[in-house]
Design a protein around this ligand. Structure first.
Ligand SMILES: C[S@@+](CC[C@H](N)C(=O)[O-])C[C@H]1O[C@@H](n2cnc3c(N)ncnc32)[C@H](O)[C@@H]1O
Length: 365
């Protein structure tokens, strides 16, 4: 890097895949008191390019505190927050950058990128349409989310990361959430031999099943089934929900992953796979049924709740939760090689003090 053009040299290093080197040179320069805002902004770019999102965020905060009214500094902070997945604050800072400089095309692009990451294609499109040349790949990504027969993983992750702090109180208090107990009662009916005498009050409970909890959330269903489980694993898209589940200390393996991907991977087979109020974020259940069947041991059970559609397929409801029809569930179960061990009407939760109609389903391999 030449002394004459430190920024240009750093940009060249970033462009040639040597962002870490660029970051080190700029850090040294700033530490020696020889860099201004441009050097810090380039440093943030280099840090982001090298994947050091944490230091980029620290530098971006410093840039804004030194230059509070400068649109480019606020833009850099928005970009660093976006890289750190802090979506609401990223969007707020990017909107502030745009207010400071309404011609800042990059801010609008990044706002659209943040909405896309949050699985909100309509909000992303609103911002893309305000651009003269909206990036074609971003437009295509919006259309793909809108056409998908399931909820976008980004949307689910963001929703439950936000919800995690008071999830248990709200579910049990305001929403009269009952899916875990409904599934436990269904298990007692369809697989009493596998539950020992545990369904009967006061009886000794045998911990003998290996159980996988799909969309385990904070572990409300896991806690209900734990007394039966010699092994209890969980998978969820939301890192914040997984942290809450981990704090319960009842799970073995806990993974942040999409359940369709997790089921398709090789891994242990389970006696029981649960999905309590999780499949409402998936419309087409084909992959889930296939994956669950592959990961169940012979005579293993797949127990889940869904919300009820009056139709024969599946549909997206007004609360952005999918509903499934009885005919669809029965037909798909048969097609996926399951026997229907039980399908009962159930009310997994309330919404605005009204019961939400659903089904509790038990499939056996
Ligand atoms: C309403 S909560 C239910 C949580 C838990 N089963 C319970 O009984 O409290 C739905 C959970 O499913 C997770 N989820 C939804 N779709 C998912 C997917 N495709 N892969 C993994 N987790 C998913 C969400 O992150 C959320 O934690």
């Amino acid at each position: 890097m030449t002394e004459e053009d430190p920024i240009e040299s750093a940009e060249a290093l970033i462009a040639s895949g040597r962002a870490e080197e660029a970051a080190r040179a700029l850090q040294a320069r700033l530490a020696a008191g020889r860099g201004g805002l441009l050097a810090r902004l380039t440093l943030i770019k280099a840090l982001l390019a090298s994947g050091d999102n944490k230091t980029a965020l620290i530098e971006a905060r410093e840039a804004v505190s030194l230059n509070p009214g400068v649109a480019l500094a606020v833009l850099a902070l928005g970009e660093a927050l976006l890289a750190a997945d802090a979506l609401p604050t990223a969007i707020a800072e990017l909107q502030r950058a745009l207010r400071l400089d309404p011609d800042l095309v990059r801010a609008r692009e990044l706002i659209a990128a943040a909405w896309l990451k949050a699985g909100e294609p309509d909000k992303a499109l609103e911002n893309l349409q305000a651009l003269e040349n909206p990036p074609a790949e971003m437009l295509a990504a919006c259309e793909a989310i809108k056409a998908s027969p399931r909820s976008d993983p980004g949307y689910v992750r963001h929703l439950f990361d936000q919800f995690s702090a008071d999830y248990d109180e709200r579910m049990i208090g305001q929403l009269a959430y009952a899916a875990p107990q409904i599934l436990f009662d269904l298990a007692s009916l369809v697989m009493p031999g596998r539950m020992g005498a545990s369904a009967k009050a006061g009886a000794t409970i045998k911990k003998e099943l290996s159980v996988l909890d799909l969309g385990c959330g904070t572990g409300l269903a896991g806690a209900v089934f734990k007394p039966l489980a010699a092994r209890l694993d969980g998978v969820d898209l939301s890192p914040a929900m997984i942290e809450k589940a981990r704090a319960r200390g009842i799970y073995g393996d806990l993974k942040v992953a999409d359940l369709e991907t997790a089921l398709a991977a090789t891994g242990p087979r389970y006696d029981l796979i649960l999905a309590a109020d999780t499949l409402v974020y998936l419309g087409d259940l084909g992959q889930v049924f296939e994956g669950a069947r592959n990961r169940l041991s012979s005579n293993g059970y797949f127990l889940f709740t869904v919300e009820k559609s009056e139709g024969t397929g599946f549909e997206l409801g007004p609360k952005r939760r999918w509903r499934h029809g009885e005919a669809y569930l029965r037909e798909l179960a048969t097609r996926s090689g399951f026997d229907m061990a039980g399908l009962v009407a159930a009310v997994p939760r309330h919404e605005a003090n009204q019961p939400v109609d659903g089904f509790a389903v038990a499939l056996v391999r």
